[in-house]
Design a protein around this ligand. Structure first.
Ligand SMILES: Nc1nc2c(c(=O)[nH]1)N[C@H]1C(S)=C(S)[C@@H](COP(=O)(O)O)O[C@H]1N2
Ligand SMILES: [Mo]
Length: 543
């Protein structure tokens, strides 16, 4: 066996496949890095991982999404992106190995991923057109070319010494000195420069994407919220109980739960923001700027927001002080009538800059409750995560049927003619908040000492109000808890129950009664389609 033949054998073995895999990984890295750079030029939301992630979120069946929210909480988006990156990494390695044998197929595989990214980008609800496909396309082409080139270095340069004439070629090859088994130097050089170039492209893209929201950040910092014409009344001392471990009456912006489908938090520049009101029965459609809203009479209200995905005892409920414009006033100015007064539209569909659609009953929005277009939260402009510059907040309705963040459009329509985002995915069209209560302290599986133990928590039935909270220890009778003063019926209410704990294991349960006299039902239901029900209970061991 001649030397170069041996070399050739060796090269098609594991070492060459490993170098193929490395080429694949480099190509994948180059693809993502150049896509990031192009996305910075087009718009950050058009990057392949973001659009594929967004498409996955939209396509995820409701029960799976619910499970993800339950298990990963607000980290669900991070987990999703890491998942996508893992799939891409494995695919890149595999395509690299494939390319060692089938160079074109490997490169074509990368292009195929690019096509998937481009298709996802063009189908995003917030797509601004064909340019959204550019990051995926450019990235894939860069990756494919790199893979093709790198793998080329792994094979013997065919007849590196050009024969004098065709007839002699066979012989010439036989007698020529053994060619370099593969272009080792070329490969290392190309791989290293590709890695370096990708790192630079990726870093530049990242930082450009980061500065992209600068105008939005500046516009938010410039906002001065005027004093509300109708301020919230001060929270009475007796609305907050002094019990360690109880949810504070007002949830800070920091601690406020966040639930949305946005992989990249929309950064909207308030100075360019416009919101249109139009649709069925809108006599005079209108468009508002942020300043238009700031100049109007503002009202300030404490309203407790609840997510339909909140499990019994779960964390997706919070109470904030909102400042904003009364939505019913704007609607009335546009000539909108509630259905009970002959209005043609029974559903208001709010659209966000990221393509979310949220439908609320017009009747509820105009029945006198403080349905808000909120501009501020707990004394500052809305945080970006919570909908800057403007969002809706409606007492008594779950967030998915009322609380559109980053709102940009309000369309009056009917429930019969349009299903918004969540309804298309199996959630209810109408979803008033269910009467619920939660034990904040003691925590599950806590080990308090025998003797006096303060059991405490919150109860909510927004826009109906909480009238009674009862606590039950094991199979004992329901006993009334102490209720903190009610602030308004649109906020949650704290409660406490002094318990003489005896040693051993105990189950504490809580239930609330709302002002319509309805007792919180024991019947456990899932969150989908219209919110979880059931009693919250906590098991503790008393030492
Ligand atoms: N644009 C947009 N608005 C949205 C959502 C969303 O996914 N996108 N989620 C809704 C849901 S399900 C809830 S419960 C509330 C949560 O508001 P928060 O994140 O400020 O707590 O926002 C609502 N508004
Ligand atoms: Mo929600």
């Amino acid at each position: 066996m001649r030397d170069e033949e041996k070399d050739q054998r060796g090269r098609s073995g594991p070492a060459r496949l490993a170098l193929g895999a490395l080429s694949g990984a480099l190509a994948g890295f180059a693809a993502l890095a150049s896509a990031e750079l192009v996305a910075a030029a087009v718009r950050p939301q058009s990057g392949p991982v973001v659009v594929v992630g967004g498409a996955s979120i939209d396509a995820t069946p409701a029960p799976v999404k619910d499970w993800a929210i339950r298990h990963f909480g607000t980290d669900d988006k991070l987990v999703l992106q890491l998942g996508i990156l893992a799939v891409l990494a494995v695919s890149a390695l595999a395509l690299g190995v494939l390319a060692v044998r089938f160079r074109r197929a490997g490169a074509a595989g990368i292009l195929l991923f690019g096509a998937v990214g481009a298709a996802a980008a063009l189908n995003r609800p917030d797509s601004i057109g064909i340019t959204d496909a550019l990051p995926s396309v450019v990235g894939a082409v860069a990756g494919a070319l790199l893979l093709y080139g790198l793998v080329g270095r792994l094979t013997v340069p065919a007849r590196s010494t050009a024969p004098e004439s065709g007839a002699e070629s066979e012989e010439a090859a036989e007698v020529s000195p053994a060619p370099e088994p593969w272009d080792r130097r070329g490969f290392v050089l190309a791989a290293a420069s590709a890695a370096a170039a990708s790192a630079v492209a990726g870093t530049v893209g990242r930082s450009l994407n980061g500065t992209r929201g600068r105008d939005a950040v500046a516009s938010r910092e410039k906002v001065v919220l005027p004093l509300p014409g109708s301020p919230a009344r001060p929270v009475p001392k007796r609305a907050g109980l002094r019990v360690a471990g109880i949810s504070p009456f007002v949830t800070s912006n920091q601690d406020f739960y966040r639930v949305d489908t946005a992989l990249v938090v929309p950064k909207v520049d308030a100075s360019g923001w416009r919101m249109r009101i139009h649709g069925k029965g809108v006599r005079c459609p209108a468009t508002y700027s942020f300043d238009d809203l700031l100049r109007r009479e503002l009202i300030e209200r404490d309203i407790t927001l609840t997510c339909v995905s909140n499990e019994v005892g779960g964390p997706y409920v919070g109470n904030a002080r909102w400042i904003g414009v009364r939505l019913a006033d704007l609607l009335a100015e546009c000539g909108v009538m509630p259905p009970s007064r002959g209005g043609r539209a029974d559903q208001l569909v709010a659209r966000s800059v990221d393509g979310m659609t949220i439908g609320s009953p017009v009747e509820d929005l105009m029945d006198g409750r403080d349905a808000l277009l909120a501009l501020g939260m707990n004394g500052e402009p809305l945080p970006f995560e919570h909908g800057f510059p403007v969002r809706m907040v409606v007492p008594g309705l779950y967030g998915f049927v009322s609380a559109c963040k980053w709102i940009k459009d309000i369309e009056l329509t009917t429930f019969d003619s349009y299903d918004p985002y969540w309804v298309k995915r199996g959630w209810a069209r109408r979803a008033p908040i269910k009467t619920e209560s939660r034990i904040d302290t003691p925590k599950p599986f806590a080990r308090p000492n025998a003797g006096p133990v303060m059991v405490a928590g919150v109860a909510w039935a927004q826009h109906r109000g909480i009238d009674k909270v009862e606590v039950r220890v094991d199979d004992g009778p329901w006993r009334e808890a102490h209720l903190a003063a009610e602030y308004t019926r649109d906020t949650w209410r704290q409660w406490s129950f002094p318990w003489q704990a005896t040693s051993g294991g105990h189950t504490l349960a809580v239930r609330a009664t709302d002002r319509t006299g309805t007792v919180q039902t024991e019947e456990r239901t899932r969150t989908i389609p219209d919110g979880a029900s059931g009693w919250h209970s906590v098991v503790v061991t008393v030492d």
